[in-house]
Design a binder for this molecule. Structure first.
Ligand code: AHM
Ligand code: MG
Length: 349
């Protein structure tokens, strides 16, 4: 039988890559892995709500059922609180950041930004959902960590990852030395190394975008979609289109098969829909570490200035050559982004 390494073993092994590491980041990653397993257990029961009770009602055991996104948020925050390595959590579910004020966390150096359950509307229809996380080291050296510590550019991330709760559950993460993927083996309850040193193909043949909003896209995006649909033997076009409504699922597929995921600005979301701190930046870090590219159409995502916890951004992410092509279209056909189409909206930030 082939022997593989568990996530726990792998994290400890990799600590040697950072000679001065004291194991704090390793413990933080381990805590996130444990919370992911707990969340996975609940998600796998989601189809049983008719039997166990709807969210917000009391189930047959007399327990109150929670919406899964709230449940996931509580599990990750609680794991980070009890782990002692994290001083601030930023979550999609909380307007303000959460300062962890406890004895065991008094020397904690890390800040974690998290989208506990991305694509949660897909839960009702049994389509894959995900968790996205990003880890920063606090900048200040003493006293309470503050908002200044949180508002760091994506280039400052020390680790990032996602969990995909799909046909099998996987945890994929990077600490800046490549990307590795672990599949949960339910029989032993451990994430096992299944996708070592993941690389996103340089070219791809899949584009992922919500084409229902076509009329509201910038001209550059419209041109890129048309480019994907035109026949051309030399570049294997037309490409195929896949969009699940779960960014983690769409990006994970493109990561393995090659492709581009786009959520541009639209008329109703003039700054984009997805959040920079806990959706775009961690995914951009992972994709770049796997050899891909992530842009807002003009600029590298990881270099964007962060001014707000819940700031939004447009995103073009995936295979390097596909993202480059999309950027080219944006520069040619949406220079200074369609100020004429979306009056008064300053899009390049
Ligand atoms: P959420 O964080 O509220 O779940 O929203 C994020 C999700 C992404 O996973 C997905 O790609 C996108 O929203 C889908 O949005 P739309 O339905 O507008 O295409
Ligand atoms: Mg989300």
């Amino acid at each position: 039988m082939k022997v593989t390494r568990t996530l726990g073993q792998f994290i400890i092994e990799k600590q040697a890559d950072f000679p001065y590491a004291k194991g704090e980041l390793s413990r933080l990653l381990r805590d996130i892995g444990i919370a992911a397993k707990i969340v996975n257990r609940e998600i796998s029961k989601a189809g049983l709500v008719d039997i166990l009770g709807e969210a917000g009602t009391t189930n047959v055991q007399g327990e109150c059922q929670k919406k899964l996104d709230i449940y996931a948020n509580e599990q990750f925050i609680s794991a980070l609180q009890s782990g002692g390595e994290c001083c601030i959590v930023v979550s999609e579910e909380n307007d303000e950041y959460i300062y962890i004020d406890s004895e065991i966390s008094k020397d904690a150096k890390y800040i974690v930004a998290i989208d506990p359950l991305d694509g949660s509307s897909n839960i009702d229809v049994n389509v894959g959902v995900g968790t996205i996380f990003s880890i920063y080291r606090r900048k200040s050296v003493e006293g309470k960590a503050t908002l200044e510590d949180v508002l760091q550019r994506g280039t400052e991330q020390v680790a990032a990852g996602y969990v995909i709760y799909g046909s099998s559950t996987m945890l994929v993460y990077t600490t800046g030395k490549g990307v590795n993927g672990f599949t949960l083996d339910p029989s032993i309850g451990e994430f096992c190394l299944s996708h070592p040193e993941m690389r996103v193909p340089e070219d791809g043949m899949i584009y992922s975008i919500n084409e229902g909003y076509y009329a509201h896209f910038p001209d550059g995006v419209k041109k890129y979609i048309k480019y994907c649909q035109v026949e051309d033997d030399a570049t294997n076009r037309p490409y195929t289109s896949r969009y699940t409504g779960s960014m983690v699922a769409d990006l994970h597929r493109n990561m393995i098969k090659g492709g581009i995921f786009i959520y541009p600005i639209t008329a109703s979301a003039p700054k984009g829909k997805l959040r920079l701190v806990y959706e775009c930046n961690p995914m951009a870090y992972i994709i770049e570490q796997a050899g891909g590219k992530a842009s807002n159409g003009y600029q590298r995502i990881l270099e964007l200035e962060v001014t707000d916890l819940h700031q939004r951004s447009a995103i073009f992410i995936g295979s390097e050559n596909m993202v480059k092509k999309a950027e080219e279209m944006m520069t040619c056909f949406s220079p200074q982004v369609m100020k004429k189409n979306f009056e008064g909206v300053a899009v390049i930030q």
